[in-house]
Write a protein that binds this ligand. Structure first.
Ligand code: PDD
Length: 284
């Protein structure tokens, strides 16, 4: 089936949508993105993603070609035109097309692209019931991971390393501490306390992370925002990841050793249930 996508003000069949070969997203990875999930045909935490988009753009002195309400309208229109009940919406804004030069062009018009990905069964996923396996790899990304840029080659390499090792994903290690997963935030649970890395330039400030920590605190669970090591993860009672595409996903193995019982733990399972319930209610 041919999707309808959005490019610079137009809704087009995916086969007719194009951007310039001079686009700085293509030449310099000079662009930012967001991934928003869709449940019951509605957008999950749209406001959170819109806010982080503004921040990423601001950090790169890029302008947003749309207002938040226009962006919401485009998301909804794509969900409707493509009949998405469960899935993802990808949004990318680049600095636009200009003759190749490292310095930012002064007058380029930003490029904006959105497309949907249907993912039936996203919420009721078998992976969430079984849990996933991770390996640890060195974090070799750039230093501004708080900006959600499209330079995703190292995370892609990390996923391939995991795949080759028979695992599902990789947790990245810097100076002995876990930063995050290749495309998600990382958590462990020890003696009932949820531990996840504090915010900073070393990790992406996950929109799912913010919601999950809020729900955890509301449910009187203990939360510590601090760096933890791979050894602590190996000794933890449970582990999990969060992202817009995986919600809360239990992690049951790290570098070949089982975490806790080797099965999804009660904290991760409960947080996934709460997250899905609350976000369905609040979805727009
Ligand atoms: N990834 N950390 C990294 C490095 C990420 O790429 C992501 C999201 C997250 C979680 O952020 P959020 O909860 O806002 O989705 C953390 C998206 C899903 C992706 O690249 O597909």
């Amino acid at each position: 089936m041919t999707r309808t996508v959005y490019v610079n003000g137009e809704y087009l069949p995916e086969t007719e949508a194009t951007v310039s070969i001079f686009d700085r997203g293509f030449l310099f990875a000079d662009g930012v993105y967001e991934v928003t999930s869709v449940l019951d045909g509605k957008l999950v935490d749209f406001a959170g993603h819109a806010k982080r988009l503004e921040r990423s753009l601001g950090e790169l002195e890029m302008t947003n070609p749309t207002t938040e309400s226009e962006l919401l309208e485009i998301h909804r229109e794509l969900v409707a035109r493509n009949g998405i009940e469960e899935g993802l919406i990808y949004l990318q804004i680049t600095r636009g097309a200009a003759d190749r030069d490292f310095a930012y062009p002064e007058d380029a018009a930003p490029t904006i692209v959105l497309f949907t990905q249907a993912k039936p069964g996203l919420a009721d996923s078998p992976a969430a019931k079984a849990g996933i396996k991770v390996i640890t790899i060195e974090d070799q990304r750039w230093g501004r991971r708080d900006i959600k840029t499209v330079q995703l080659l190292y995370p892609s390499m990390g996923k391939m390393m995991a795949k080759k090792a028979g695992a599902d994903d990789a947790w990245m290690i810097e100076d002995g501490f876990v930063t995050e997963g290749t495309s998600n935030n990382a958590y462990i649970v020890k003696d009932g306390t949820i531990i996840t890395r504090h915010l900073g330039t070393e990790i992406l400030h996950g929109i799912t992370r913010a919601a999950v920590l809020r729900f955890a605190r509301e449910a009187q669970m203990k939360v510590e925002e601090r760096a933890f090591t791979a050894d602590e993860a190996r000794d933890a009672d449970e582990a999990f990841i969060t992202s817009a595409s995986s919600f809360v996903m239990p992690v049951v193995e790290i570098d070949g050793s089982a975490i806790g019982t080797g099965k999804p733990g009660p904290v991760a399972t409960r947080l996934r249930d709460i997250y899905l319930d609350e976000m369905r209610k609040a979805a727009v």
